[in-house]
Design a protein around this ligand. Structure first.
Ligand code: ARG
Length: 459
């Protein structure tokens, strides 16, 4: 087979070589960015008078034609098209003749692929951030709608203290806000053009990398050509930011799995976001939530696999780096699907706030309030903790309602017993960032503002 680089070779490439090394089946996704990269490069070549304006026009027209063929899915690929860059260049040369053969002047696929992938990743991270914000908005809307509803808060999966449902939902929301921040931070750092680095060392031709960088909308240009063609930090960083986002989605998913069980019964899935069983007619399964949990493993695998690929690679470009694309594309795809599915699931989930309240209204969940009442009276906390702990143990062992024992306690009495009444404890979480109505009202406003500001930053 005769390839782009056949000049130095006597025979054609073996089929086994092509089968193992082609990346076209997946790097076709870079086509749009590859065309943008080529347009900027050709304009740069003309600006520097390396090619004539007529030649540039002919190549730009051919690139437009390739864009049309790609959009219409009529571009016929050849067995020798190793990757999208090769395919586009071959077709441009067919269309533009000798001018087409000048497209690759002063450029290597090495700086080209790095440029394409950065352009693609900038857009992909933006897309993931937009979808994450949409899920945050759903959590915010549900938090607003939750009003005074409360449920048990857990530590060690044991009931601890009651918390407002809105507070619980926003806890997930803030984690997602950090994900958006990480995606944007990552996007800012990768916004550097490698175009002009050539194969690894720059060029003898009067190229102007700063101008092609701004033509492509990059904020900066590479400082070191070796680094420019071999740096895939941006892929590893993106995979990390995406993995952590996926882990947050897996925690949201796990919660839906728990909450929709018969045993918890805190929530019911909408039919459109639930699945049935092929054998058990009564089943309604939370498959979206389970896959949100399960896919996190795959996202982590994409990250760790690629880190292993990078480890120990000598400068500068090595073909190993071609392994950057599939994990990145896969992580972005999985998250885009997952974010939309979870947003729909959460939007349509029915909360059973009666079940939540019933589960939270055990008198023991106000035990800390009793201890804090004693603290108010001047008892050291450790002593207060022991006093209330003993009352709880007594209540459980002798099966006497805690309120009765509290009422009979000289320092607690009726005022203490009143703290155990349903709904009282959650109202007493008054400190900044706490789980009660006053701080949560403030938190809702801050979260709303944060989502608005992040939407502006995402652009
Ligand atoms: N398909 C290759 C990649 O994704 C393009 C660069 C190949 N460059 C080279 N000199 N063999 O990395």
């Amino acid at each position: 087979m005769s390839t782009l680089w056949h000049g130095r070779f006597e025979g054609g490439a073996a089929e086994a070589l092509m089968a193992f090394t082609v990346s076209l089946p997946y790097d076709r996704r870079l086509a749009y960015d590859d065309l943008a990269c080529s347009r900027a490069h050709v304009r740069g070549l003309a600006r520097s008078k390396i090619i004539g304006d007529d030649e540039a026009d002919a190549v730009l027209a051919a690139l437009d034609q390739v864009a049309e063929e790609l959009a219409a899915d009529t571009l016929a690929f050849e067995p020798t098209d190793e990757d999208i860059h090769t395919a586009v260049e071959r077709r441009v040369t067919e269309l533009a003749g000798p001018a087409g053969a000048k497209l690759h002047t002063g450029r290597s696929r090495t700086d080209q692929v790095a440029t394409d992938l950065r352009l693609w990743t900038k857009r992909a991270l933006t897309d993931v951030a937009v979808r994450t914000l949409a899920l945050q908005q759903v959590l915010l809307d549900r938090a607003h709608g939750a009003g005074p509803a409360y449920l048990p808060g857990y530590t060690h999966m044991q009931q601890a203290q009651p918390v407002l449902l809105s507070h619980h939902l926003l806890a997930h929301g803030w984690a997602l806000a950090r994900d958006v921040d990480r995606l944007l931070d990552c996007r800012r750092r990768l916004d550097v053009s490698p175009l002009g680095a050539g194969a690894l060392a720059g060029s003898s031709l009067p190229l102007e990398p700063d101008l092609t960088a701004s033509d492509l909308g990059f904020s900066a240009t590479f400082e070191n050509s070796l680094d420019a063609v071999s740096d895939r930090d941006f892929v590893a960083e993106s995979l990390f930011a995406l993995s952590l986002l996926g882990i947050h989605l897996s925690r949201l998913g796990e919660e839906v799995v728990l909450w929709t069980t018969e045993e918890f019964g805190f929530a019911k899935l909408d039919d459109a976001y639930a699945t049935g069983s092929s054998m058990l007619p009564q089943k309604k399964n939370p498959d979206i939530a389970e896959l949100a949990r399960g896919k996190a493993g795959r996202l982590i695998g994409n990250l760790t696999g690629f880190l292993a690929t990078l480890k120990g690679l000598p400068l500068s470009y090595n073909r190993d780096l071609q392994e950057d694309k599939e994990p990145l594309f896969d992580s972005v795809d999985q998250l885009c699907f997952g974010l939309s599915a979870l947003a729909g699931l959460y939007e349509t989930l029915t909360f059973d706030t009666d079940r939540m309240r019933a589960a939270a209204d055990t008198p023991y969940s106000a035990a800390t309030d009793l201890a804090e009442m004693l603290v108010d009276q001047g008892t050291p906390f450790r002593e207060a903790h022991a006093v209330v702990g003993a009352l709880v143990r007594d209540s459980i062992e002798r099966r006497v309602p805690l309120a009765e024992l509290v009422a009979a306690h000289p320092a607690l009495g009726a005022e203490g017993a009143a703290l155990l009444a349903p709904g009282v404890a959650v109202g007493r979480r008054t400190t900044q960032g706490g789980a009660g109505p006053d701080p949560v009202a403030r938190q809702l406003r801050r979260f709303e503002r944060r989502v608005e500001l992040d939407a502006e930053r995402v652009g």
